[in-house]
Design a protein around this ligand. Structure first.
Ligand code: SF4
Length: 197
């Protein structure tokens, strides 16, 4: 799987301290996308998902978030990633996609369907800058949907959805990054690690 990075203890992409994975590559090209750098494929980041996960103490994660880039542009690898996360005890898997759930179902693809069966919460649809109203901390724009594909997570996510957007600053490999849904004007300050769709 082409993976830009994985980071533990992210608090700005879902409730709790989460293990977050950013994948490389997105073919959708939404106008206004602020994850431009992650749209490009990155063959140099190709890795075995099982080996990649070995580096992280997942037992202490409150959940996992997969963002990008477009996770569903690598369906077989996303299937494997979600399966391994479940096997490592993470049931709360949140995934951002620029596709709608209906588009994903219409693929008729076994890997896509298997990944969807393990995802607890799906944020679907492209980021639309003109619809960026900041009313839900999980979403970049109002057209996106928060879809609970597994039961029992609405309560866990409720307070987080009502909270104000706040980017989490990270320093990795001497580079300042920011994770989360950016408040208005934040995009100009940072150049990486942001997610809108
Ligand atoms: S907003 Fe998301 S789905 Fe759209 S181009 Fe950017 S990374 Fe891809």
């Amino acid at each position: 799987m082409q993976i830009e990075r994985g980071v533990m203890d992210i608090t700005s992409l879902g409730p709790g301290k989460r293990f977050c994975v950013w994948v490389n590559g997105c073919k959708r090209g939404c106008p206004g996308c602020i994850s431009l750098r992650l749209q490009a494929e990155a063959p140099q980041n190709e890795c075995d998902v099982e080996e990649f996960l070995r580096d992280f103490p997942l037992s202490r994660a409150d959940g996992a978030t997969v963002s990008g880039g477009e996770p569903f542009d690598q369906p077989s690898e996303l299937n494997k990633l979600t399966r391994l996360l479940c096997e490592r005890g993470i049931d709360d898997i949140l995934v951002y996609t620029g596709y709608t759930l209906e588009q994903l179902r219409a693929r008729g693809d076994a890997d896509t369907d298997a990944a969807l069966s393990r995802i607890a919460v799906l944020i679907d649809g492209p980021y639309v800058r003109e619809l960026d109203d900041g009313t839900d901390n999980l979403k970049g724009s109002a057209n996106q949907r928060v879809l609970f594909l597994k039961q029992g997570y609405e309560k866990k996510y409720a307070a987080y959805r009502r909270s104000e957007r706040a980017m989490q600053e990270l320093t990795m490999e001497q580079t300042l990054l920011a994770a989360g849904i950016p408040p208005t004007g934040f995009a100009e300050k940072f150049s990486d690690g942001k997610k809108n769709g």
